[in-house]
Design a protein around this ligand. Structure first.
Ligand SMILES: Cc1cc2nc3c(=O)[nH]c(=O)nc-3n(C[C@H](O)[C@H](O)[C@H](O)COP(=O)(O)OP(=O)(O)OC[C@H]3O[C@@H](n4cnc5c(N)ncnc54)[C@H](O)[C@@H]3O)c2cc1C
Length: 421
């Protein structure tokens, strides 16, 4: 019997295992991970989804993924706490085009975008500042419980005889016959696992796995963060939708602070323009969750992401720009603050990398800040590719060979928004 080894049991790896079995793979399938399944980047997910993307390939890919989630189980809403509560983009400019005009989703009436202007918007959103002049709603968006979804896929895979080994992959070598030998270790124990088919699904560590085989992947990793903290002043209503600030901004500082930062090379970045995308939602009974993917500096990936002491202050200052009540927390931050950090591992165009890398070696990676909503379609596409099934049209856009395809490169060159939040 042939053996397929999947390196990495995040959402990409477990979904690939599930769809390989669902689509009829007769291989022995072994999932390997240095830690418990779903415990690395997947555990950092903000658990949001949106069926709204700037390019057709991403739109169809994510739509398919959400369809696959719904098809997993008739009771998916309860099982995965799947809630379509919508997203609201807010702006200080009533004329701002929240989505670029070349955004394909704008053409689709079915995508239900609604624009609400000032003063109407404040009647039902008293928490927003008077400076907010526009709210653009997307209804096909919301949240789900990522761990429940991942566990469901993992349990289905295990029930279909997929094996799991908690080991670290230290090295991978390709044999002349096109098979692979993985050097594994756990504590002091070392072993070799042979694979006829190899799938690299190591999330941020995928480039390191590929490097063992001399393959350089076009992926960079950026640490991004969220914080969860109490909201003792009840600034955020419990039924507030996921709310995103759609304007770039400079944080507000006193004149003394501005002078001090401008003279300190380590702190000058605090005076820079920050990007759009700061987002807030209510969390559990009395907490709030805030995130802002403003980090544009890629870095070497590690298994332990470090806390950034400046993040809570920066994100609270940014958030008070559209929800002024939150300014009360800048000098008096409720504790404890839980910081959740993880890598957005992405290609420059923010499309995933799914397909063949070299003989019998595939990857499902580059899932950036959308991997938990995309997990099912990513796993399905990887499995379809390996099993030589008919592929969805977008497969060519995500195949690692796309960088040699002039037509796709022209599409990539024309991208005006990479859709990152
Ligand atoms: C702060 C943050 C918020 C996010 N919010 C959202 C969101 O709201 N919605 C959304 O859809 N997506 C979100 N994402 C993105 C999403 O979480 C990721 O795209 C997704 O989890 C990536 O899954 P993965 O399986 O590729 O990687 P991982 O989950 O990182 O899985 C890779 C696995 O490989 C294992 N591994 C790597 N190297 C080795 C090795 N050498 N040996 C053994 N095991 C190895 C790791 O231990 C890990 O378990 C967010 C990401 C971050 C960081």
């Amino acid at each position: 019997m042939n053996t397929t080894v999947i390196c990495g049991a995040g959402i990409a790896g477990v979904a690939t295992a599930h769809y390989l079995k669902k689509l009829g793979s007769t291989d022995r399938i072994v999932l390997v991970d240095r830690a418990q399944p779903l415990s690395f980047t997947t555990a950092a997910s903000g658990e949001n989804f949106r069926d709204y993307w700037p390019q057709r390939c991403m739109q169809d890919f994510i739509s398919n993924s959400l369809k696959l989630i719904r098809e997993l189980d008739d009771d998916y809403e309860t099982l995965f706490s799947f809630k379509q509560t919508g997203y609201e983009f807010v702006s200080q400019d009533e004329d701002r085009e929240i989505f670029p005009s070349d955004d394909i989703s704008n053409d689709e009436g079915a995508r239900a975008i609604q624009r609400i202007l000032s003063p109407c918007l404040h009647a039902t959103r008293p928490y927003l500042g008077d400076n907010i002049k526009q709210v653009t709603q997307i209804t096909q968006a919301g949240s789900f419980d990522v761990y429940s979804l991942g566990q469901y896929l993992y349990s289905q895979a295990r029930a279909a005889d997929v094996e799991f080994k908690q080991v670290t992959v230290g090295n991978i070598e390709m044999s002349p016959d096109g098979t692979y030998a993985l050097s594994l270790h756990q504590g002091n124990e070392a072993s070799i696992l042979k694979a006829n088919t190899l799938i690299l699904a190591g999330g941020p560590l995928t480039p390191k796995l590929a490097a063992c085989l001399g393959i350089k992947l076009p992926l960079l990793s950026y640490l991004q963060r969220k914080i969860v903290l109490n909201d003792p002043l009840s600034i955020i209503p419990r039924d507030m939708p996921f709310t995103i600030f759609a304007d770039p901004q400079h944080l507000s500082w006193t004149d003394e602070e501005k002078v001090a930062f401008s003279e300190d090379a380590e702190l000058q970045w605090l005076l820079n323009e920050f990007p759009i995308g700061l987002h807030i939602k209510p969390e559990s009974d009395s907490q709030i969750k805030l995130g802002w993917a403003y980090n544009r500096k890629s870095e070497q990936t590690e298994f332990t992401a470090y806390d950034d002491e400046s993040f809570p202050d920066v994100v609270m200052r940014g958030a008070s720009r559209f929800i002024p009540g939150l300014a009360q927390y800048i000098e008096n931050m409720p504790t404890p603050i839980t910081q959740i950090a993880g890598y957005y591992t992405r290609t420059a165009e923010n499309w995933p990398l799914i397909g063949l890398l070299q003989e019998n070696c595939y990857t499902v990676s580059g899932l950036s800040g959308y991997g938990t909503m995309a997990g099912c379609a990513a796993g399905e596409l990887c499995a379809q590719t390996i099993l030589d099934e008919q592929l969805p049209w977008y497969a060519r856009n995500f195949d690692p060979s796309r960088y040699q395809d002039a037509t796709i490169m022209a599409e990539i060159a024309a991208i005006s928004s990479d859709g990152q939040l």
